[in-house]
Design a protein around this ligand. Sequence first.
Ligand code: XMP
Length: 517
Amino acid sequence: MTDTQHEQLLIIDFGSQVTKLIARRVRESGVYSEVHPFNRVDKAMLEAFNPKAIILSGGPNSVTGVGTPRADNHVWEMGVPVLGICYGQQTMCEQLGGSVESSDDKEFGRADLEIVADNELFEGLDKTERVWMSHGDRVNAMPQGFEIIGKSNHAPFAAIANSECKFYGVQFHPEVVHTINGAKILRNFTHEIADFKGDWTMAAFKGEMIAAIKDQVGEGKVICGLSGGVDSSVAAVLIHEAIGDQLTCVYVDTGMMRKGESDQVVSLFKEHYDMNLIHVDAGDEFLGLLEGVSDPERKRKIIGGTFIDIFEREARKVGGAKFLAQGTLYPDVIESVSFDGGPSVTIKSHHNVGGLPDRMDMELVEPLRELFKDEVRALGQELGLHKDFVERHPFPGPGLAIRCPGVITKDRLDILREADAIYLDQIKKHNLYNDIWQAFAVILPVQTVGVMGDERTYENVLALRAVTSTDGMTADYYPYSHEFLGETATRIINEVRGVNRVVYDVTSKPPGTIEWE
Ligand code: XMP
């Protein structure tokens, strides 16, 4: 739980796939919100959290089923506005004396909501709104004191309100983008109904975090593993702003980085930010250990294990450091409700440098653990990191090793690095970089015949990959124009010795993964 002084909104999670989106939407309008699983929310927790408003999420269960999740009854006694979404609406109705039925009239996807009463929740909206539904059950009788404020073809109680108590329920999902005015509805709830000031900004967060880091660390020393990625970089800059020289960053260069990347990292942190930075050039060590290895899992294990060994060795040299900083983000911290709604709760704990904290027995400093990725980017900019840097595509820990199927050699890595740099240059030139989640080249372990000039060639094949995604869990291939692909292939073949054929990967995830290994 946060110790910030801000007004906060509590989201009680009943296991919906999109609960995190509620938190994001609410935060986008300057309201700090946290997600907590329903079975961790009781009277004591509610009183300690002291929410200014509560949102009940959707969930996979049926309110009509025996033993299915309910909100703690103290929710209705706190005198704060409550908004129930989908399952949240249904359990609110059932708990307050209405009823819910399982219906054959299921509704999935887009629907039209007809707004049938003037209500503060729908202030500023049209009489008909496009919304997103996903439900089998529906409310069939409202609790006392409620009125219908919106209907759809299949849900006569699609939106209900008890304005006196400030309890609201919607069958549709305002948190997804397919509900066209969903953000406006949530904003009406937070700003108009619950009277939030909306003062949760990145500038405020930065100030609070700097104070919190100083408080946690005191005079102690902190070690931070820098990967060159956005999360660890933002964490490092924030901690540096808080404690200056007490921070030492360790950058382990695996030799599997992209063209120019290590130089950029070192110059940014050492020269621009004047940080204590240990740059370990371990490329030869990694290459030696990977010699002859083609199995993807073995590559990952070798790189992961060696990385930890080197990091630990270097960190020990700093002497007396009690704290280890990590760029853990909020999606890794949120506890998710298990699907049977039972008490078993999965806690996802993500370590950027897997296994390190346990082994090193250090106290963690995780200043980003309340933030979503887009918020980390905003914080990065607030800290003065360049936009191009904070908007960089994700890059995997094992680096180019998993973009080099088959055995890894220095020659193959060099070819891949050159081609990848041209590919990214093309993307930036055509202004496509920010439309794409991730783009990279893969050097294939096959050679094909070609002809250049009058000469027969027998050289490497390069695959290009580009995907769109919101979280890396699912992805679509990016639909480049043929002109773009043709121009890029020509540039790579002309400018990189050792490549005579370029192909484009049009596999989505699933069934493919984003990386090739
Ligand atoms: P896949 O290939 O599983 O990748 O679809 C999903 C996202 O995760 C990244 N990725 C990794 N990141 N260490 C990381 O830090 C890894 O071992 C790793 N493997 C995949 C991948 O680049 C994509 O963004």
